[in-house]
Design a protein around this ligand. Structure first.
Ligand code: GLU
Length: 516
């Protein structure tokens, strides 16, 4: 038998922005598809109009684009199985016939109960100390539906245009079993399942029905999704069976949760707000005006973000941690996706970004910095910025850190590190600095080596240790107590600037000291 073509889908509901968990689901689907030379589809599941949030779909598309997870087919990409938005599929009349066929075949029934009927039932059950009332294979007989009512009554109601929903008729005491690619066998007894509404009074299918019909019509081979859908999977298996599609039912893989940094429950937006880290890929401007920060706006590279997300629940089984999207595609398997929840570690997220930053060339970093530099109206050329990047990148996690850490490359020093000033600026430091200044002035070619040679010679001549001269020198030129090689810094800054800084710095520091 020929292997089935791998076709997977990411099927978000546009009820809000994409959470990191959603990105991970999309990513694993994408990796799985690419690994097997298959197709990755994007389907928008917007059957629940009450939960629709304006802007959410655009946000999802943009976020996936930023992450480099581009669908082969679906919303925004087109394809032969469209439309790919469920609301449009409903308009095209795709779902209705299947819902009615399920009734005809005896697997589903019409239910005429009003919402008051249902509320009354729930309240009565609660009073009788039977909370969690369910519409199921026992209670359905005392409700208003085509199982409990006479055929005449049902026809009369349908002819009169009484509103109805269609519910799936859960069989009594049957075992539903399926094999989950991550969790192994899952077995549920139908007595524990309710008669789910599959078709609503407004003619909209519910998620369950639409999802199964679409997966079937789109020839989906594997359903990879969050574990919150695991309880629905047995119902989905029954739907495949009742619709006669069990032979081509997709394989299921339910991903475990992404957990809070302390491991205590599902990671939420609130955890991000509290811990000062984003949980959304891009900034989200909610319709109510609230703004939530995004990885992009926080300075993360999309490749670093994706690499970090990939490791939340999967590992390659080796020590390698840095993976490009292509390498992830190569290495990814569902077998290596964990069953238990993956703790999110905000420091590790930063670590990934730092690694990616370090691996970029100085020119690439400079190119990324130039627009920020232009915004700040700093007048420097890209070659200079690239030299600064070479010096500062080891100390940076984000691109903007290079600018912050290396401010002194772009602006005069306006403040001096207090600790260094207090501990290392001694009474004889000004004299030493004056002497050093004279030495530096005498250098013809202001290269790193020449500066270092001159500096060392000065130390030797006076029998000074580095600690006597170095900290003051750094403080004058950069305002800081620590940093990359001073000789290198000075050669990048250039002789004029260095001497000017030292002269001005001596005056400013002496004034500061006098004030103190
Ligand atoms: N629309 C569902 C969601 O928002 C998709 C679940 C599935 O992949 O089957 O998560």
């Amino acid at each position: 038998m020929s292997e089935r073509r791998v076709r997977v889908r990411f099927a978000p509901s546009p009820t809000g922005p994409l959470h990191m968990g959603g990105v991970r689901t999309a990513l694993y689907n994408y990796l799985f598809a690419k690994k097997h030379g298959g197709d990755f589809l994007l389907r928008v599941e917007d059957t629940d109009q009450t939960r629709y949030v304006k802007g959410a779909e655009d946000y999802i598309l943009e976020a996936l684009k930023w992450c480099g997870i581009n669908p082969d087919e679906g919303v925004g990409a087109g394809g032969d199985c469209g439309p790919y938005r469920q609301s449009e599929r409903k308009e095209a009349g795709i779902y209705k016939e299947y819902a009615f066929k399920l009734v005809e075949d005896g697997f589903a029934y019409y239910a005429f109960d009003t919402s008051e009927d249902l509320t009354n039932m729930r309240e009565m059950a609660e009073k009788a100390k039977m909370p969690n009332w369910q519409y199921n294979n026992i209670t359905r007989t005392s409700m208003k539906n085509s199982v409990s009512l006479s055929e005449d009554e049902v026809t009369k109601r349908l002819d009169a245009g009484d509103p109805f929903v269609i519910r799936l008729k859960m069989p009594r005491n049957e075992e539903v079993r399926f094999h989950d690619e991550i969790r192994g066998w899952v077995i549920v007894n139908t007595n524990n399942m309710d008669d789910k509404v599959i078709y609503k009074a407004d003619g909209m299918p519910t998620y369950h029905l639409a999802n199964i019909i679409d997966d079937h019509l789109m020839n989906i081979s594997h359903v990879i999704r969050g574990e919150e859908w695991l309880p629905s999977a047995p119902l989905h298996v029954l739907l495949y069976r009742y619709l006669g599609w069990e032979d081509t039912m997709p394989k299921f893989a339910h991903l475990s949760l992404i957990l809070k940094p302390n491991g205590n429950g599902k990671l939420s937006k609130r955890d991000g707000d509290k811990g000062g880290f984003p949980v959304f890929p891009l900034e989200w401007n909610a319709p109510d005006g609230a703004v939530s920060s995004g990885y992009k706006e926080n300075g993360y590279f999309p490749e670093a973000f994706i690499n970090m997300i990939a490791f939340l629940g999967w590992n390659p089984g080796t020590a390698q941690e840095i993976f490009s999207l292509e390498e992830l595609t190569e290495a990814f398997t569902l077998e290596r996706v964990g069953k238990s929840g993956a703790k999110f570690d905000p420091d590790k997220a930063k670590w990934f970004n730092q690694q990616y930053l370090r691996n970029k060339s100085n020119t690439e970093l400079a190119q990324l910095l130039m627009p920020i530099i232009a915004e700040e109206k700093l007048d420097v050329c890209i070659e200079y910025v690239a030299e600064v990047c070479e010096l500062i990148k080891e100390r940076a996690t984000f691109i903007t850190d290079i600018l912050e850490e290396g401010r002194y490359f772009f602006e005069d020093v306006s403040a001096y590190d207090e600790k260094t000033l207090k501990k290392k600026w001694k009474e004889d430091t000004p004299t030493i600095m004056q002497e050093l200044l004279v030495e530096l002035k005498s250098i013809e070619e202001f290269t790193t080596e020449n500066i270092e040679t001159k500096f060392q010679a000065y130390l030797e001549k006076n029998e000074y240790g580095f600690g006597k001269v170095g900290p003051g020198f750094r403080l004058l030129v950069t305002g800081k107590g620590m940093g990359p090689s001073m000789f290198h810094i000075c050669s990048v800054l250039g002789k004029e600037y260095v001497l000017d800084r030292m002269e001005k710095g001596l005056v400013k520091i002496e004034a500061l000291k006098a004030e103190a």
